[in-house]
Design a protein around this ligand. Structure first.
Ligand code: AHM
Ligand code: MG
Length: 336
């Protein structure tokens, strides 16, 4: 039997052998993984654990919160606040940043997360996930402010997601490729099941909410229209469509077999750059995709180059197989 490498061992080796991650970052990632295990447990209980349904509240974006949104948010905060490796956290479910309470030591990292992505799929037993991004606190010994979080995605020091599906899988990058870990429920540990993940540059599979077609901009319409023409169109091949409506699950499919995912700007809300959030959805996913050889843009520039101006800023997202993402981005350039 080939030797099993746990997440713990993987991270220790990254720290010790490759000298790639400081010990504080290793500990932080261990804690995030532990929190994901807890969320996975809650997700699995479903109706038996009383975790389904809405919580009767709204988050800062005016979205109805599900019970699991709130549970996952609390799990991540409670797991991470006392370890001494963080200065502050930010979440899709909280209006402003969460400072590590004074009773605990403070570290040099900032953690951002979407605790439960794909909320509309919770109650129907379809894959959902947690997305996270780690930044370093800028130099200086003053207190933490929201502006400390407003760093472009290229400044991330770690990013990942955990998908709660038929298996619970943690996907991680610390900037030297992407690794996948499957949760061994009997042992209670994440085990390395794929290293050096590579996304094929070409694909015949796209993921987009087609019901929004009438609201899209011309470049996105053109791209999808050409895909739909199949063998008889300019692409000269048939395309397949997949849309889970959980970004984590759609991105995980792309990580596994390639594809393109788009949640573009659309005319329903002309003043918003898109639906998905830059700092805790698009940035971590964009970096993971790039680290696996794919590409991620907002149609005009690399997502990782976008300078955030607000914590809950939104962005147009086009990510996945490199050649397809470049094609859609080129269509935007031609249309500009
Ligand atoms: P959430 O973070 O509130 O769950 O919203 C984000 C989700 C993404 O996971 C997914 O890509 C998108 O919203 C689905 O939107 P739609 O309802 O248009 O299918
Ligand atoms: Mg989300």
């Amino acid at each position: 039997m080939s030797k099993r490498i746990s997440l713990t061992r993987y991270l220790v080796e990254k720290q010790r052998i490759d000298g790639h991650i400081p010990s504080q970052l290793r500990l932080l990632l261990e804690v995030v993984a532990r929190a994901c295990k807890s969320v996975s447990h809650a997700v699995n209980k479903g109706a038996l654990g009383g975790v389904l349904g809405t919580a009767g509240s709204e988050n800062v974006q005016g979205e109805v919160q599900k019970k699991l949104d709130i549970i996952a948010n609390e799990v991540l905060i409670e797991a991470n606040e006392w370890g001494g490796h963080l200065a502050a956290m930010a979440s899709e479910e909280m209006d402003s940043i969460y400072l590590v309470p004074n009773r605990y030591p403070k570290g040099e990292y900032l953690l951002l997360f979407d605790p439960l992505d794909g909320s509309s799929n919770i109650d129907v037993n379809v894959s959902i996930g947690t997305i996270f991004s780690v930044l370093k606190m800028p130099e200086g010994d003053r207190g933490v402010e929201e502006s400390d979080f407003l760093q472009a995605g290229k400044c991330q020091v770690a990013a990942g997601y955990c998908v709660y599906g038929p298996q619970t899988i943690l996907v991680l990058t610390v900037g030297d490729g992407v690794a996948m870990f499957t949760l061994d429920r009997e042992m209670g540990s994440f085990v390395l099941t794929q290293d050096d993940v590579q996304i094929p540059p070409d694909t015949r599979e796209f993921a987009i909410n087609m019901s929004n077609m009438r609201h899209w901009d011309a470049p996105v319409k053109r791209y999808i229209d050409e895909c739909l023409q199949g063998k008889d169109g300019p692409r000269a091949k048939d395309f397949n469509m997949r849309w889970v409506a959980s970004m984590v699950a759609d991105v995980h499919r792309i990580m596994t077999r390639g594809g393109i995912f788009m949640y573009p700007w659309d005319k329903r809300e002309p003043n918003k750059p898109g639906k998905l959030r830059l700092m805790y959805e698009a940035n971590p996913m964009g970096w993971l995709i790039e680290q696996a050889g794919g590409a991620a843009t907002n149609g005009h520039q690399r997502i990782l180059e976008v300078q955030p101006t607000q914590l809950h800023e939104r962005v147009s997202v086009i990510l996945g197989s490199k050649n397809e993402v470049e094609r859609v981005t080129q269509y935007h350039r031609e249309h500009a």
